[in-house]
Write a protein that binds this ligand. Structure first.
Ligand SMILES: Cc1cc2nc3c(=O)[nH]c(=O)nc-3n(C[C@H](O)[C@H](O)[C@H](O)COP(=O)(O)O)c2cc1C
Length: 378
């Protein structure tokens, strides 16, 4: 069935003459509405709640991924720089912790991408997410031939359309509020640009989502579901170091800022993270490198490499070793909504409750009797 036919099917029962028993409360109506709004997403992912746990390198490993899937969402393993052997072990360990579906996120620039895809195929991973740039036709073909569903990131409508033509089965659009590597456009603008136009595949919205009200809004705009990363970092099942979690619990939206680029001759890939000594040192390093380049002491290539190497290993240092001073504290603006350590299920339940509450407010408004006419105006 095409996604358009699926959409038409979702609204059919509303118009039917013999409808299902009417919901007894606005809240029940809202729960039904939520189920219907994200049904294309839940059908696509094979889970109850169309909430993807965005892959986070070092954080999205067996424990958190399985907990998200067990909580009714859809966990995604972050392969990051893992070798094929490590990824194989991670998939096996995740499958040992959940019987529910989960996915694997692979970075297109990984030198062993095709071998990693083979690992996913052998392990019968149902959904593969390709992040970090346009995938090659070979990667797309191998994934599609295996029967796995392919999910790709699109930073603009034209690229989303190109990815769908190449074979992407679903698209994630991620705004600059997100943690980690970001583009220049906000989630709300991307959603308006892409959701009304891209109707042939499920589209999941990511970036800056911290509460269920936002989930409800993006679903009403046409999203099939959402993807959250930052909100899951302090989940009890997350293996992130206690100090890394503390940094999240202390931070507000304004602390999660994009990395600074000092000179347009030396581009810096923007990464959103909680500002710390490391971010200040990065600005100083750029200044020093640019000075040496200007004095002719460094070639342009070497200067660029020094800048690019600054953060190598920094996310691992922060997440695993708890070096929150000089490590990378990748986090989205929604970090302000991370206020305590909670179980993954609690986080998911809370998000769903908030979405339902938002939709039931709308239902109450829609069902209310219009106010009586005021005779005195006649
Ligand atoms: C610590 C951290 C690490 C991340 N690592 C990756 C990654 O390896 N691959 C990827 O595609 N996205 C990565 N992301 C982005 C998330 O998958 C997700 O899309 C993003 O967090 C969603 O926005 P939010 O942070 O506002 O919830 C990372 C995000 C964070 C916070």
């Amino acid at each position: 069935m095409t996604i358009e036919a699926e959409r038409r099917n979702l609204i059919k029962p509303i118009a039917a003459t013999a409808p299902a028993p009417a919901p007894s409360s606005a809240r029940e109506a809202a729960q039904l509405l939520l189920d219907r709004l994200w049904r294309i997403g839940t059908n696509f992912l094979g889970c109850e709640r169309a909430i993807l746990g965005g892959a986070m390198t070092w954080v999205s490993e067996r424990n958190l991924v399985a907990a998200i899937s067990n909580g009714g969402g859809f966990g995604v393993i972050a392969c990051g720089a893992m070798s094929p052997e490590l990824l194989d072990a991670e998939i096996a360990a995740t499958a040992a912790r959940t019987t529910r579906p989960f996915g694997v996120n692979l970075i297109t620039m990984h030198p062993d991408l095709m071998a990693l895809i083979e690992v996913c195929v052998r392990r019968k991973v149902g959904h593969i997410v390709l992040a970090g740039g346009l995938p090659t036709a070979a990667a797309v073909t191998r994934i599609k031939d295996s029967g796995a569903k392919l999910i790709c990131f699109a930073p603009a409508l034209a690229i989303a359309r190109k990815l769908v033509r190449m074979g992407a089965d679903a698209i994630v659009i991620e705004g600059m509020e997100a943690g980690g590597h970001i583009g220049p456009v906000s989630t709300s603008v991307l959603a308006q640009e892409i959701l009304p136009q891209l109707r042939t595949v499920p589209v999941f919205v990511a970036g800056g989502i911290g509460r269920g009200e936002a989930i409800a809004s993006y679903l009403e705009m046409g999203a099939a579901g959402v993807q959250l990363g930052t909100r899951f970092v302090c989940a009890r099942e997350s293996v992130a170091h206690a100090r890394f979690k503390q940094a999240f619990l202390r931070a507000g939206a304004r602390d999660a800022v994009p990395s600074v680029q000092l000179d347009q001759r030396f581009p810096v890939i923007p990464v959103r993270a909680i500002a710390n000594d490391g971010s200040h040192a990065f600005a100083e390093l750029q200044r020093a490198v640019i000075d040496r380049f200007n004095r002719g002491e460094l070639s342009r290539e070497d200067a660029q490499l020094e800048i690019e190497h600054f953060w190598a290993g920094a996310l691992r240092r922060a997440v695993i070793e708890g070096d929150i001073e000089s490590g990378s504290l990748m986090a989205g603006q929604s970090v302000g909504f991370v206020t305590r350590e909670q179980s993954t299920r609690e986080i998911l339940d809370e998000l769903v409750d908030e979405a339902v509450a938002a939709l039931s407010t709308r239902a109450r408004i829609a069902l209310a009797e219009p106010p009586p006419l005021d005779d005195t105006d006649k």
